[in-house]
Ligand binder design. Sequence first.
Ligand code: UD1
Length: 337
Amino acid sequence: MANKILVTGGAGYIGSHTVVELYNAGYEVIIVDNFVNSNLEVINRINEITHQKPIVYPIDLLIKDDLEKVFSQHKFDGVIHFAGLKAVGESTQYPLKYYKENILSTINLCDLMNKYDVKNLVFSSSATVYSPENEMPVNEEGKLRPSNPYGRTKLFIEEILRDLYQADNDWRIVLLRYFNPVGAHESGLIGESPKGIPNNLMPFITNVATGNLKVLKVFGSDYDTVDGSGVRDYIHVTDLAKGHVKALQKNVNPGIRTYNMGTGNGYSVLEVIKAFEKATNRKISYEIVDRRPGDVAVSFADPTKAMEELHWKAEKNILEMCRDAWKWQSKNPNGYN
Ligand code: UD1
């Protein structure tokens, strides 16, 4: 019988792509999601791609009794935990909301994993846990110092999970630190569907390309980079999803292990615009404005450890990321809405 995996936040952007790759790898999937930042339509799309239909529980991880019903109905072999709030700006306005939602939900989840003896977890962390003072590329030993409440929820959860393993050496835990996930499934059926005006670069670009938004603001032209704009490690969401499957497959021995999920290449904002124009034959109008507060100049991964230990490597290049982001957005100009 196939291994059964609980995916929290499985209807979200990275969650949904990972569910597809779990099916491709032969797993059985159960989703819990509160749908505050996702849409039930994604389940139909997953079905169109994989011809499988996950059981979905529309529940909130903060309501532990609801989550316990899920654990009592299924015997899970492992959990991938995506669910959480992720808007940096909002987290600076409402820190308590972020600490409550992200941290308490993880504690509820781990409590039940303990109780039902499912001590196998892959956790969705972020490169934002690293200090901006690290030299790039940064490896997993880099100094940790997030610069906003959202990032601190990720770091605090990492610390909680390290304590959990120290207290009980039966646990198998993987922390995946994502760099900048972009793109969409190559079918164009699932993708990123932010509510309101996008904060992140790629969804902003694709919305300028559809005409939903007029002009892209490039935040900063005086960073110490190739062309003065900020540099990031963009990774195709399908590569990232496959990284989760690898992490599960390799998570057979007790321990807590951390991996960067990036390509190891940095691209500037202006380079991403050029790549998008080349991949899609569309013009992106942009204007250069001041730096965005809180941004760093350069962030990219040293992904060596994931290559060596997980035998995983991001395969898709920046043109494929742009092409697939555009395929999704042009087929679904308003996302799932
Ligand atoms: C942001 C978050 C990070 C989070 C990640 C999730 C901040 C400060 N950081 O990363 O914690 O984990 O999203 O995906 O919000 N840019 C523009 N114009 C835009 C939007 C972005 O020029 O309209 C630039 C930014 O200045 C940056 C690059 O594009 O140089 C990427 O920005 P973004 O997609 O928001 O990601 P990060 O800021 O790296």
